[in-house]
Design a protein around this ligand. Structure first.
Ligand SMILES: [Zn+2]
Length: 509
């Protein structure tokens, strides 16, 4: 039987803490449920001591997820471990993940500790965590730039203190595959008690080598890999889950290792994450990019038509990418609607379905064909959104070559209806100016992008705005067949998120 590789997903921790990827609790819960369907072995839900908001999100995920392990991250202090345990203790399979840096550069400049102090902190932390659960992981931060013999010494101390998983991170994405394989082999052969623990690797993609280094680590004996969906994470990101899993899957003759991942859930997971964060996947991204299975060149198309395996090493269906998309319309019934949402990964309550079905009918009256992307927009707008401080009721915009662009906006602001008109350089500028005036908000628009959800001129326009207000940044998303309305929705969604963040202003460490 092939050796099993444990898939440790850190999308909600290492991924979520990178700029632009922050999610609210409802969004994290949806993603966590999807990761459970994907069948990752361990779901790192967050860093509970970072803020009260992070703690609560981890606690809610731990309560909800029943079939896989839920991990909480902690530094070596008692306070951190207490917070991690407090957040995950209701999980079916909780794991405490504690870490400390072991490289000279981190110990000297960041921790201001010497080697003996780091070993003492490691042993104390693992022993303390062990009082709560048997399932304790220890990480040596900046492991790849640490003195090899010292790393082995720390690992052995952690194992003797009770750690059952030992993680070797390439925190700064500095390693190259041969060197990393050699380091993992060295750790395997120079840590006396390594046989009592699982060795894990955690790579970053600063040189584009995260997947290669991770596979090299597996080759040398690592049996857990730490990965994220779409490879999101600090700076250039973490190792991408889909790349490692599909490399093992497509090349099983050469890489005889097994995972429990349900590969058909790979594309839905990638897609859900992009939907929630509003950050699209680059088109040429391996496995999940829009072009990953597209064949443009004539000679390739010809070959694929004659026999798919001429240019295709994997079938799109393996990752859950369906060629035959179901198209829905105004004659589609409630039952078909609910079934389709379920296929897309949204198992929603009856009241949520009722609300969505009504919105679906309204959209179907305007457009002939409704595709999956449209349904997901409905979910994003109606179910995943934050409570509304501001609501758009009515928008009328006049613009053209012979008129000053004017927007008339009617909004509900904290329950009260208001109406105002305003001008701008263009129709979107006029709309945003008027909304800002009405809401009395001062936010800075950092980025504005507009996309078409599907092909055709009757496709929905999808607008994403990145904005800043009161020292925090957020994204706003809006979709509508009318791009001006989509822009207004995105702007108001961003304002709602800023208002929500302000109300729940948890400071992050
Ligand atoms: Zn990391």
């Amino acid at each position: 039987m092939a050796d099993k590789i444990i898939i440790f997903d850190t999308t909600l921790r290492d991924g979520e803490q990178s700029p632009g990827y922050s999610m609210n609790t409802a969004e994290k819960m949806h993603l966590a449920s999807q990761l459970e369907r994907l069948k990752v072995d361990v779901l790192e839900a967050g860093f509970p001591s970072a803020s009260q908001g992070d703690f609560e999100a981890v606690r809610m995920i731990a309560k909800k997820i029943r079939s896989i392990q839920v991990a909480g991250l902690a530094r070596t202090s008692k306070e951190d471990i207490d917070a991690a345990w407090g957040a995950i203790k209701e999980a079916e399979y909780p794991r405490i993940h504690t870490f400390i840096a072991t490289s000279d550069i981190h110990m000297k400049h960041k921790l201001k500790m010497d080697r003996d102090q780091v070993i003492t902190a490691t042993v104390d932390a693992v022993k303390y965590a062990k009082q709560f659960t048997d399932n304790v992981e220890f990480s040596a931060e900046d492991g790849s730039r640490s003195d090899r013999d010292f790393v082995c010494k720390v690992f052995d101390a952690a194992i003797l203190a009770g750690a059952t998983t030992i993680n070797l991170p390439d925190t700064v994405g500095y390693a190259v595959p041969d060197e990393f394989a050699d380091l993992v082999s060295y750790v395997m052969s120079h840590t006396p008690n390594i046989g009592r623990a699982i060795l894990s690797v955690h790579c970053h993609n600063d040189l584009g080598l995260a997947t290669a280094n991770t596979l090299a680590g597996i080759h040398s004996g690592a049996r857990q890999v730490e990965v994220t969906v779409n490879g999101i994470g600090e700076r250039a990101g973490n190792t991408s889950l889909e790349e490692v899993v599909m490399a093992l899957h497509a090349r099983r003759n050469y890489l005889p290792y097994a995972t429990t991942i349900d590969t058909k859930e790979i594309y839905p997971s990638s897609h859900l994450l992009a939907m929630i964060t509003g950050i699209p996947v680059q088109p040429n991204k391996a496995i999940v990019g829009a072009n990953a299975f597209a064949h443009e060149a004539g000679i390739h198309q010809d070959g694929v038509l004659k026999n798919k395996t001429t240019y295709e090493i994997m079938e799109p269906a393996t990752i859950g990418l369906e060629a035959n998309r179901l198209i829905m319309g105004k004659h589609s019934g409630r039952h078909a609607f609910r079934d389709r949402l379920k296929t897309l990964g949204y198992d929603l309550s009856k009241s949520d379905i009722d609300l969505l079905f009504q919105k679906f009918k309204e959209l179907a009256d305007k457009r002939k064909e409704i595709v999956d992307e449209d349904l997901e927009v409905l979910v994003a707008e109606e179910i995943l959104r934050v409570p509304d401080t501001y609501k758009l009721k009515y928008l009328n915009v006049t613009s053209g070559t012979a008129t000053v662009p004017t927007a008339t906006v009617q909004m509900e602001i904290e329950g009260k209806e208001e109406q105002k008109a305003g001008f701008g350089i263009g129709p979107i500028d006029a709309t945003f100016n008027t909304i800002a005036k009405m809401t009395g908000t001062q936010s800075k628009l950092l980025n504005f992008s507009i996309d078409s959800l599907t092909g055709g001129t009757d496709a929905q326009g999808s607008v994403t705005v990145q904005m800043e207000g009161g020292g925090v940044q957020t994204l706003g998303k809006g979709n509508d067949p009318d791009i001006i309305v989509a822009s207004a929705k995105a702007f108001i969604n961003g304002l709602n998120r800023l208002a929500h963040l302000k109300k729940n202003s948890f400071s992050r460490k």
